[in-house]
Ligand binder design. Sequence first.
Ligand SMILES: [Zn+2]
Length: 299
Amino acid sequence: MEIKNYLNERYNIVSGSLSDIIAVKADIKPLVRLSCKKGDMSAVVKTMNEDGLVVQSKKDPFSSQFFLYVSKSSNIINQAKKFDNTFTHDGMSNDAMKRTIINFGKFLGYPECCTKFLTENMPLIAKEIKWKFHPRGDIDFSFNNTLNSITNHYLSFHQSCSYTCPNSRKYLHDIYKAIGKEDSGFQKDLKKHLKAPYLLVFNLGLKLSMAWDRRQGFLFDGEVTKNQIKYNDFSFFNTTYPEYDNSKIDDNIEKLKESIKNGNKIIIENDSILILRDSELIIEIKNSDTFKTSIFNFV
Ligand SMILES: [Zn+2]
C-alpha cells in the first residue's frame, strides 16, 4: 500500500496545502503562507497571478526556502506579515506572543477558539495537555490533518481545539466543498485518505508543536472497532523537517514496523500496544513518555 501524494498540476511545486490555496480562491481564508524553492518561485507566482491571487515572498530564516504569502489583496498580506509567528520574537512577553499568534491565525481564517486553545497549551509538554477529544471514537473526516507536511491529503494546516469544534467543522467543510467545485478528482482522492484509520506514534516528552512535527505513523486498509485495528495492508509515514534530521529515532519504531508487517491486528491497551497475527501475539510494546501510540478513526 502506498500513500500517493496528489499534486494539482498547477501547484505542484509549492509545499503546503493545495486545499489552502483553493480556500483563498474561494474567499474562505484571507491568506495562506506556503513554502517554495527560489528556483521555482517565478513559475509559482505566475500561476497564482493567473488565478487572481497576489503573492509576496520572504526568505525563511530557518531553511533555504522562501515563504509565499498568498491572498487576493496585498493590503491583507502587508497587515498579516506583522503577526507572522515563524520569525523570532526575542524579548517579546508571553502574552504579546500569544496575541501575535491569535492575530496571524485570524488572517489564516482559523477559528479563534482553536488558536486560543493552542496558545494556551503551547508552553506545556504534550503529555500535560488535556485533550478534549477521544482519538479512538468516530471523528468526522474533515478533522484529519495527519498527513500535513507529508502529502496534500488534508483540508488545512489548522489544528482544531477539539474533534467536535463546530467552528472548525464549518471551516473545514467549507474548504471541502470548495475543493469539489475546483477539482472533483482531488476531492475524491482526498476523502479516501481522510477516512482511513491511522495509528500515530508520539513522543509525549516534547512540547506540543514539536511532538506533532515529529509524529510518525501508519495508515491502514482496515477497520477500527473500539481499541482494535484489523487490517489487510498498511503504509508507514513520517515527517521530514530538516531541523529534526539529527534527532534520535526510537528503537521501538523499527520493532513496530516489522511486527505490523507480519501481523494483521493491533490492540491498544492503556499502557501498551499489542500486535497480533490472528490470535498469536507477535509483540507487546509498553508506553513511555517518548513512545506512545494512539488510534485515530475518521469516518
Ligand atoms: Zn475550535
